[in-house]
Ligand binder design. Structure first.
Ligand SMILES: Cc1cc2nc3c(=O)[nH]c(=O)nc-3n(C[C@H](O)[C@H](O)[C@H](O)COP(=O)(O)O)c2cc1C
Length: 207
């Protein structure tokens, strides 16, 4: 497996919407998830769980839920002047059911302090212990030439997604990413320059 260097991976880590149908080797999926598990977490609680979906029937069902939700919220035709960000998101919504793999990133609340069996879980309470793992996963995927895109739309029908995957009630699904080889290129990304968002010693002193 050829690997991209660390800074090149960061500088070119676009959120991908168009994927080749080629399957993702299990070895690559395992490496990407291993990278995610190296992230820090509060009290080293490591409350994450990663549900990899490669079964085409499950991908089709979850992708269809995603499409119905996304188009239901934003309309099934682009609004006049729809931004390129939403055009890309719309493309993914229409094709999510065709991606070669998905990863659902979850919090297992039973591994966290303050969890009482049988009590409803408190959504978002462990978020800060999950997002660093998500970014590790994204960067590791980029390093291996694999595309990802952070989505949360499925949460509005989370119960259905959890039922499809046999996920227990004490587990919260945080985000869902497609995983696959991109059609087209990675980056460069369009971001505000660091010099515009950094202060030295006093707010607004750009150094
Ligand atoms: C919190 C969060 C939620 C997002 N939700 C969605 C989503 O529901 N659907 C989608 O296609 N992209 C989603 N994205 C991806 C963003 O649209 C993307 O990061 C942004 O447009 C930058 O894209 P780029 O990396 O290609 O420049 C989300 C990103 C973040 C950080």
């Amino acid at each position: 497996m050829q690997e991209t260097g660390f800074f090149e991976a960061i500088n070119t880590q676009r959120q991908i919407t168009r994927f080749k149908p080629d399957p993702v080797p299990k070895e690559a999926i395992d490496r990407v998830i291993e990278a995610a598990t190296k992230a820090p977490s509060g009290g080293n609680s490591q409350p994450w769980e990663f549900v990899v979906v490669t079964d085409p029937d499950l991908i089709n069902k979850i992708g269809t839920i995603y499409r119905e939700l996304w188009l239901g919220a934003r309309g099934d035709r682009p609004a006049p002047g729809e931004s390129s960000v939403y055009r890309a998101a719309r493309y993914l919504a229409n094709h999510f059911h065709e991606v070669p793999a998905m990863v659902l990133i979850c919090v297992d609340h039973s591994r966290t302090t303050g969890y009482t069996p049988g009590e409803p879980i408190e959504r978002g309470r462990q978020a800060s212990s999950i997002w660093l793992a998500v970014q590790n996963l994204f960067l590791a995927a980029r390093a291996l030439g694999l595309g990802t895109r952070l989505t949360t739309t499925h949460i509005r029908r989370e119960d259905e997604v959890k039922a499809l995957l046999g996920i227990p009630d004490y587990v919260e699904t945080v985000c869902l990413t497609p995983l696959g080889y991109p059609r087209g290129n990675f980056g460069p990304t369009t971001r505000r320059p660091a010099s515009e968002v950094t202060s030295y010693n006093q707010w607004g002193n750009r150094g």
